[in-house]
Design a protein around this ligand. Sequence first.
Ligand code: PMP
Length: 377
Amino acid sequence: MTISYSPGPVDLPETVQQRCDLAEIDFEGTGMRASAIPHRHKKVEEVLAKTRALFREALDIPKTHTVLLLEGGATTHFTTLPQQVWTRDIGRKPHIGYVDGGYWSGKALAAGRKLSPICRESPLASSRAQKYTTIPSIRAAYDDAANSGIDFFFFNANETTNGTQVSDDEMAAFGGDWPYPIADMTSELLSRPINVSAFGAIIASAQKNFGKQGLTAIIIREDLIAPCPHYLPPTCDYALSHGKLGGPLNTFNVPTLFSIYAMLEWIRDMGGVVEMERRSRIRAPLLYDAIDRSDLFEGIADPAHRSLMNVTFRLKDMALYERFVQALETAHIASFNGHREHNDLYGQHFRISLYNGMPIENVQYLVDVMKEFERRS
Ligand code: PMP
């Protein structure tokens, strides 16, 4: 069987996948397929309610915040969420500031720039000059934002493409009532404990650490949910989704909902986000150590900013590239390429993604293949 180290979507743990397969035959004892059951069926509503409760439990979400599960992917929501929150009545036009820390925060910033002059044109901080091998200090950028009239502070906690991540220390040392931090946590939510109360909103699509592709979790302070601007579609209307306007709670997509439910139960049964982080702290160093000890490979991210989720590296001698790719393919290893849009920054490179569902043995297997390649080179 092929082992995929994809940045997402990814394989779920075997037991979770089996539950999803069973739900495709019989969704929660209804005798109906998960993909064919009406989304207003009471069992679906039950699973949705349990899923939201599991989220609360896993991340210790305070009463001030709510969890929405919506379609459109993280892209839809990091693009439209700032437009939603700015409609709040704060007595003047709000200002949004972005931290430019890599590929995905760059995308959010580009979307935000279209909102100029409400969005600050230049980022609050940027690691562009370092080719995004580092992440700017979130704490320093936040303090700067607070002193420069910013209302909404946007950053990405884990840059999937660059292989960098905001450290636990930085995550613990910032946040507050003003400006409101909004974070894209697509490639890290539920992989470590976080202090949800420090955030105005968190956006994360499911397909990496907590389910199959399709739904996006929006964890948002209830008092930030504002009337939706008329030009946005109802699928982006958080007030509607939250039932604030008397609308139903959205339950768009049953199959993806079930995988999130099954995955959250699995995370709970394994020991919660603390255990997910413990596993990450075994998986990622195993690979980083192999890279650091080898004469053939070199890591791309600055060691102080390395991600536990996405490991980027390359060969020191590019002449070996085709042979190494062949060695990986012969070993039935797939989805190891770096992001094609960053080959100009890093050269042809590799990216190995290590989300919650990745067994530690699979990392060891990859490390063995790399060592064997080096031995034979
Ligand atoms: N943000 C980050 C950090 C990502 O890694 C990705 C997908 N790789 C996205 C956003 C986009 O997610 P989606 O496909 O759900 O729009």
